[in-house]
Design a protein around this ligand. Sequence first.
Ligand code: HPA
Length: 271
Amino acid sequence: MSEPCYSFAEQLKKLLGSFSPEIALILGSGLGDIASAITSPLIIDYSQIKGFPQSSVSGHLGRFVAGTLQGKRVLCMQGRIHLYEGHSPQVISQIIKTFKLLGIKTLIVTNAAGSLNPDILPGSIMLITDHINFSFANPLIGANDDRLGPRFPDMSNAYTKDLQTLARKTAARHNLALKEGVYLMVSGPNFETAAEVKAFAILGADAVGMSTVPEVISANHVGINVLGFSIITNMGTGLQKSAQTHCETLAVANRAAANLSLLLTDIVKEL
Ligand code: HPA
């Protein structure tokens, strides 16, 4: 039996009609509003696609928004799928393979994350330069479909360097402070202990979160270019006095979303 991505792609192609997206955006916690910049949006609920995983987290709508942004054809995921919801990492790779089958060349991922670096404060936008997969899961485990990507994909340009350069230039043009660093993924759903936060900083990470890495591994597998941003919503456990809450994540992400939206809109224009 063929993988679900073939059926997802076929169903999405029917729903999209003559619209063929070239860029995919995955919007993280509290960042869904970025899709409101899309003109003449076509909304497709994940539930309209047979077998497609559903998003169950507050702050994640669970729908695609397709349309043009700065003249570019984009497909936005307003609401992503997380491992902590009980989804297998392989399900995430099916979504990215679906993008590949739709002809998507570039994936922009955004997330909310906790800072491990005292120089990167809440409210900052962090360009993701690389990642550490500390989720103990991998979306590529299982049989490999050689038509879509190699068995042992290279990860030396995981976050496409040319796209990082474009992001830096665009941020500078807007006078927007852009931090950069390494994103470490944990499975969640619990926030980290203070000891874990200390350990992750020693490992070389600047931010910690519960998403993105399976999407980026899968995109590299199928040859889709990646650009990634974290909105820093809090300092990691032990680095701030208050406890971590999802409410705080959503509130800070919402506030910083306007700046990220500005940046993304201008980057998309140049792609
Ligand atoms: N840890 C993990 N995930 C997160 C955090 C955090 O501190 N903040 C937002 N998402």
